[in-house]
Design a binder for this molecule. Structure first.
Ligand code: DAH
Length: 346
């Protein structure tokens, strides 16, 4: 019997090539390589060949067997890979809702600052930002805070180990309030001016429910000819009503600040007990919300304004405190802990 090896090879390859299922491949393997398969038949026919034909046919048969074995192996791998891919595709359930990309939003303190600055912007104020690293001159001296004032103490102010290049003080410091921006604004602009300054301030306070070594303030400054204390009262009354609601009551309590004269603290009626007295307001019925006053003539002198030409009003408030009062938050630390359960409420 003679065999056309090339024909067998071609046919086997075509058959293997067309296979898509593992069990079909197995029948093909049996057909060609099995114990009673074609290759085995060829081998058993070798005995009937002449001595000179046998080695060549044997060699060809071996080659054909190796080749078919190799094709079957490759096909096996291909089927396996397709199957794995198919499994992976099946496990992709496109009906499962996707993972939503959560959009962040502004921190409650930024929202509060924007709201407060927005109220003043509607009243014609500009927003200005000063640096957090300040000179002793701007933070204290120009604001008429005497050299021996306790707030200048290193226990109450963070001093930097950087010498003051202006030589008007020894070291630079982290501003302990936003009031030094008043000095910068007045040195840069001539009145009339009306500005609010939001920003961070720093004090070496031990952190507790009402203290933080860093917090935010908003400073206000309005300077022109003929500004009176009644302008201050009117302005802050409008502000408090817009922020806390028309029904809020206010009072101005005499106080002392070195950079304003006269000075006052502003209280609003307690939002919890509406003035009756409770634990939030310490049974007083009132909550202190800011300091204010008429710009001290010495401050005008420090910035080089002509004596007696201008009068002005100034005020300063803590943003955390305003947010705590407005939203009933009782611990300042929660603003800075990045706890999303808190932050998402606003
Ligand atoms: N700078 C003051 C503080 O940090 C707050 C303040 C009080 C600012 C009275 C003012 C003001 O502009 O007039 O306690």
């Amino acid at each position: 019997m003679s065999w056309n090896f090339e024909e067998i090879r071609q046919k086997a390859l075509q058959e293997i090539f067309a296979i898509t299922e593992a069990n079909e491949l197995e029948s093909l393997r049996v057909k060609y390589l099995g114990r009673k398969g074609l290759i085995a038949q060829i081998f058993s026919s070798l005995t009937s060949l002449s001595d000179d034909q046998r080695p060549l046919v044997g060699k060809n048969t071996n080659e054909l067997r190796n080749e078919i074995t190799q094709f079957i192996e490759e096909k096996k791998k291909e089927i396996q890979q397709l199957k794995e891919k198919g499994d992976a595709q099946e496990s992709l359930d496109i009906t499962i809702p996707g993972v939503a990309v959560e959009l962040g939003h502004q921190h409650i303190l930024i929202q509060t600052m924007d709201e407060i600055c927005g109220i003043f912007e509607n009243l014609g104020f500009a927003v200005y930002e000063g640096p957090e690293i300040e000179t002793e001159f701007n933070n204290f001296t120009a604001l008429n805070i005497p050299v021996d004032h306790p707030s200048r103490d290193a226990f109450d102010t963070f001093y930097l180990k950087v010498e003051d290049p202006t030589n008007k003080g020894r070291y630079l410091l982290l501003r302990s309030h936003t009031s030094p921006s008043q000095i910068r604004i007045m040195q840069e602009f001539t009145p009339p001016l009306a500005v609010v300054v939001p920003g961070k301030v720093y004090r070496p306070d031990a952190v507790d429910a009402s203290h933080s070594f860093m917090f935010h303030q908003i400073e206000g400054l309005l300077v022109d000819q003929g500004i009176k204390f009644s302008d201050l009262k009117g302005l802050l009354s409008i502000f408090c009503k817009r922020l806390f609601g028309e029904n809020i009551k206010m009072r101005f309590r005499p106080h002392f600040f070195p950079f304003t004269e006269p000075s006052a603290e502003v209280d609003i009626s307690c939002y919890i007990c509406e003035g009756k007295g409770c634990s939030v307001c310490g049974r007083k019925g009132w909550l202190e919300i800011m300091g204010c006053g008429m710009v001290h003539p010495k401050v005008f002198q420090h910035v080089g304004y002509p004596k007696g030409k201008y009068t002005g009003l100034a005020f300063g408030m803590g943003v955390e405190r305003m947010a705590m009062l407005k939203y009933g938050i009782n611990d300042i630390r929660i603003f800075f802990e990045n706890d999303l359960r808190f932050l998402r409420q606003f």
